[in-house]
Design a binder for this molecule. Structure first.
Ligand SMILES: [Zn+2]
Length: 347
């Protein structure tokens, strides 16, 4: 689908043109269904999520009835979301709930696009607030924007019938200390590139020097050090070695493998099955920049329908990430191809 076509479609939503004929499934309907499918998979149903689901369901219903999409006011949204606390002062209620939804939307961005892309769509649906001019009778309205899916490095053949497709669901809470760095992806250019390389190479140098220093102390002065002192020095040496190994190993693995399970220290305790990915993103001038980000790939198990998350392959699938079904982790195991975001059964 061309871009002109898309912007025309977006205009169609905003001006009140007639909806497509009843019976024909339009791209907007498919995009809304894809949106619903993605949002319903979210673990926590917050008020914002409820509003998004209610809006999408009603919009779908309108299209199915052959009506055009029309913007909703806050009273209508509150009624759709059927939130008891909302009915008295819907505008104030929605003014609190909408920012919650916006925050989630920012985290879902990639997942929404992946889902639409996998449904063969060139557009995806995203809830949108249109600011009113202010004053009584001019309040904000709510609805959906249909935006073009941004292509990136990953695309490929669809999964086999018994295979699985993964999407990046980005509902992640990075650990508080790393949040400012990785919230929107950590682009490896400028000072951030320097920070990244300093961490890896500088870290190696520091740990190497400490270990070498300890070795020198032990070999040259061991006669003058009491036995207990040698013991503590050896303990210190292995502690430093272990610390360096566990802090620096993810760095090198990420460079080698482009995607690894995120070290726990980077992720909030409540999150699990999170990956650290060094992806390529277009910069707009034809070149690419590496972006390190926390993502979580997940998919629906083709056997039982439960959610599949990625885990380290362990001894059996050495050096690989594999998708394991939450309900039947031992048997429902799938490969993971980051390029095509698909997998095939491994059992
Ligand atoms: Zn399963």
């Amino acid at each position: 689908m061309s871009h002109g076509n898309i912007s025309q479609k977006i205009n169609n939503i905003e001006t009140d043109t007639p909806a497509p004929e009843v019976g024909a499934t339009s791209d907007e309907q498919l995009a809304l269904s894809a949106f619903l499918g993605f949002v319903r998979r979210q673990e926590k149903e917050t008020r914002g999520v409820k509003v998004a689901i209610a809006l999408a369901e009603d919009s779908l219903q309108r299209l199915a009835d052959g009506k055009a999409l029309a913007p909703y006011n806050s009273a209508q949204v509150a009624e759709l979301a059927a939130d008891g606390s909302a009915s008295e002062r819907p505008t104030a209620w929605l003014a609190k709930v909408w920012p919650e939804l916006e925050k989630r939307l920012a985290q879902w961005e990639l997942g929404l696009q992946d889902t639409a892309c996998q449904a063969g769509l060139a557009i995806y649906a995203r809830p949108k607030k249109t600011q009113g001019a202010g004053g009584a009778g001019n309040s904000s309205s709510f609805g959906f924007a249909f935006l073009p899916v941004q292509g990136d490095e990953t695309s490929g053949p669809p999964a086999a019938p018994d295979g699985i497709t993964y999407v990046r669901d980005l509902t992640l809470k990075p650990a508080f200390w790393i949040r400012p760095l990785v919230q929107a992806g950590f682009a490896l250019k400028g000072w951030r590139r320097a920070v990244f390389l300093t961490y890896g190479l500088g870290g190696m140098a520091i740990f190497g020097l400490v270990l070498a220093g300890l070795w020198v102390v032990l070999t040259t002065g061991w006669a003058s050090i009491p036995v207990a002192g040698i013991g503590s020095l050896l303990m210190l040496g292995s502690l430093v070695g272990w610390l360096g190994y566990s802090l620096l190993r993810p760095f090198w693995r990420l460079i080698d493998w482009r995607i690894i399970m995120a070290p726990d220290i980077l992720v909030s305790i409540r999150e699990r099955c999170v990956q650290l990915e060094a992806g390529k993103e277009p910069t707009g001038d034809g070149s690419h920049v590496r972006v390190i980000r926390l993502v979580r790939y997940s998919g629906d198990c083709p056997v039982c329908g439960e959610t599949v998350h990625l885990q380290n392959g362990g001894r059996e699938f050495h050096s690989r990430l594999v998708g394991r079904c939450d309900e039947h982790p031992a048997e429902h195991v799938f490969s993971f191809d980051r390029h095509s975001r698909t997998g095939r059964p491994l059992r």
